[in-house]
Design a protein around this ligand. Structure first.
Ligand SMILES: [Zn+2]
Ligand SMILES: [Zn+2]
Length: 270
């Protein structure tokens, strides 16, 4: 049973196809290879049927080329396990596309569940802004819980992004955190400590400073639950291929959080 050190693994990275990142799979793996990585996952934002919301994701017509770029990266770096993934919104009407087409017919290695958008009263709200009312936070928490109850996603990306909207910890944030953490425990679903959050926080110093994510109180609360975490860079540029991962691991270790093994994540070991 192989179990590489968590500092030798990243399962969250993007390519130029999502229109807000640069570089392609082989460039990420090339940069990561210099750090002695064992397992590298490419997980660009999934295309959606009908090319919905494609201003920040690839078009469906690019999916095959994306998958091929990952296979080519694997061929170029045979010493590293290169995995084909996608970061997915959990829209109800997309689940069969993920299951039948992405995991089924195309045989991708894994999916990440992410709540960049929150379903609320028939529309989708941006989870990065304005998540301040109890109603919105409950909707965000419910959305993540439903993702964790499905077996589609290997782990949940940045579950604590709701912290970006608030400048102080309060009862509503606490309740949202408990809902998410209880579902992660009940479903054995790892939660991501997202290195991109550390880099965003650095940009948000000074008068716009906010608790951001990783949201300290969320992860302190996590210590009361039997959950595991996964430490990822969320790289949007090849030079960030393994960025902030050591910092995420240190953060988890300081709090006493358990880092998920490859087996717990259900990914192919290097
Ligand atoms: Zn994301
Ligand atoms: Zn991402």
């Amino acid at each position: 049973m192989t179990n590489p050190s968590p500092s030798r693994r990243n399962l969250h990275s993007h390519t130029y196809r999502c229109k807000h990142a640069s570089g392609d799979a082989a460039e990420y793996v090339s940069h990561a290879s210099k750090t002695g990585v064992d397992t590298y996952g490419i997980s660009d934002h999934t295309p959606l049927p009908g090319d919905r919301f494609n201003s920040h994701r690839m078009d469906m017509s690019e999916l095959e080329d994306y998958h091929q770029a990952i296979r080519d990266a694997q061929d170029s770096f045979p010493e590293i396990t290169v995995l084909a993934g996608l970061e997915c919104e959990d829209f109800d009407d997309c689940r069969s596309f993920y299951e039948d087409e992405i995991l089924g017919r195309r045989n991708f290695d894994y999916l990440i569940g992410a709540g960049h958008f929150t379903p609320l009263q028939g529309s989708w709200e941006d989870s990065y802004f304005g998540m301040t009312s109890a109603t919105k936070l409950r909707a965000y928490g419910d959305h993540l819980c439903s993702m964790m109850e499905s077996s589609l996603y290997q782990f949940i990306a940045h579950p604590d992004v709701f912290g970006l909207s608030s400048d102080h910890w309060n009862e509503d944030l606490k309740a949202c955190s408990h809902d998410i953490l209880a579902a992660a425990e009940a479903n054995g679903k790892p939660l991501e400590i997202n290195g991109g959050g550390f880099r965003k926080l650095a940009q948000k110093s000074g008068k716009d400073a906010h608790p951001g994510f990783p949201l300290r109180q969320f992860w302190e609360t996590a210590c009361d639950y039997q959950i595991t975490v996964v430490c990822n860079s969320d790289a949007h540029h090849p030079t960030h291929a393994m960025a902030s991962i050591e910092k995420c691991i240190q953060y988890a270790e300081e709090l006493g959080l358990t880092i998920a093994s490859d087996e717990q994540l259900g990914i192919k070991a290097a």
